[in-house]
Write a protein that binds this ligand. Structure first.
Ligand code: AMP
Length: 308
């Protein structure tokens, strides 16, 4: 089993959906990624920053799942990153109401000694300079580096982002972001263009329509499980990424065949994340529930056909 280092936000989120709203609850990309990867029992650690207002009990909730928080700097006199968003009746559409960077504004990440030799590195959605600062602290390149990013960084820090993209193995982005990054409408052409930027694998997330995995020779498609109820989509993309890299770290196999299983694992875990507010569902999830839903995935996609 490989060691996994995760860089990303650890945050307070306040969420409004058509079904209700929350006060400040535990959120952040690194939080969702780590809780998802933890389902595979991997030895993971987070590099992030929080303020003195961040409850120790939240850190304990992560520690309880074998997630090291040694790399989460606590700035006692500062405030934790805060994000709030409101979803429309169409849950695919959300408005960001607040993004208070707070302690994240001047974040200088420090990788703890115990994780400088990590096997897997997950660069969660953050300023590309922070992602690069972490890459530079690792004395040797990990077996696999996965990057998650978003249109915000493409709009505002494209040059820095391109430098990071040149150094990673797998990029996970949504369909619109893939089109923006590549300037191509066809996702197949978009992936081909992104290969020229550095990554060997491209994962394009299509929300409730599943995800595509590309390398130069192959394409694989994983559906999202059609759910009866979606309650709060916050963190679904991060949970997908955490499931993807968590599965690869657990199996310690980065072949394309295994990445197909990793994409399914990511989709599977994301399907749970959206059932409750924030991290609520992921914190009570059992192995039996995960296995049972994997069977549903198999049934959903398996068919027999005779080729004449
Ligand atoms: P997702 O639903 O996958 O976009 O992820 C939502 C999580 O990302 C929330 O828990 C937020 O705290 C965090 N988040 C929101 N905006 C940003 C941002 N600009 N940079 C980093 N993390 C963010």
């Amino acid at each position: 089993m490989g060691k996994l280092l995760i860089v990303g936000t650890v945050a307070f989120d306040a969420i409004e959906t058509p079904f209700g709203k929350t006060d400040k609850i535990l959120g952040g990309a690194a939080t969702f990624i780590s809780l998802s990867a933890a389902q595979f029992g991997v030895n993971s650690g987070i590099v992030s920053v929080v303020g003195g207002d961040f409850p120790k009990s939240y850190l304990n909730r992560l520690n309880a799942r074998n997630i090291s928080t040694e790399g989460i700097e606590i700035i006692e006199e500062g405030k934790t990153f805060f994000w709030s968003g409101r979803y429309h009746n169409d849950l695919n559409v959300r408005d960001t109401l607040t993004t208070d960077l707070n302690v994240l504004a001047n974040f200088n990440p420090i990788v703890p000694d115990s994780f400088t030799e990590t096997d897997f590195l997950m660069l969660g959605n953050l300023h590309p300079n922070v992602q690069m600062a972490v890459i530079k602290q690792l004395p040797k390149k990990p077996k696999l580096v996965v990057l998650d990013t978003m249109n915000f960084w493409m709009d505002n820090t494209l040059d820095e982002l391109m430098e990071v993209i040149a150094k990673i193995d797998v990029i996970t982005i949504n369909d619109e972001e893939a089109r923006q990054l590549s300037g191509e409408y066809s996702l197949v052409k978009a992936a081909q263009k992104i290969f020229t930027m550095g990554p060997k694998y491209v994962v394009i997330k299509k929300g409730e329509h599943g995800a595509l995995l590309f390398n130069e020779e192959n394409i694989f498609f994983a559906p999202a499980l059609p759910l009866e109820e979606v309650f709060d989509p916050t963190g679904a993309g991060d949970t997908f990424a955490g499931g993807f890299i968590g599965y690869l770290a657990k199996t310690d196999d980065i072949s394309f065949e295994n990445m197909k299983r990793a994409v399914i694992s990511g989709s599977n875990l994301a399907s749970f994340c959206v059932e409750k507010f924030g991290t609520e569902r992921m914190e009570v999830l059992t192995i039996a529930e995960i296995q049972q839903r994997l069977l549903q995935f198999k049934e959903l996609t398996q068919f027999e056909i005779e080729l004449s």
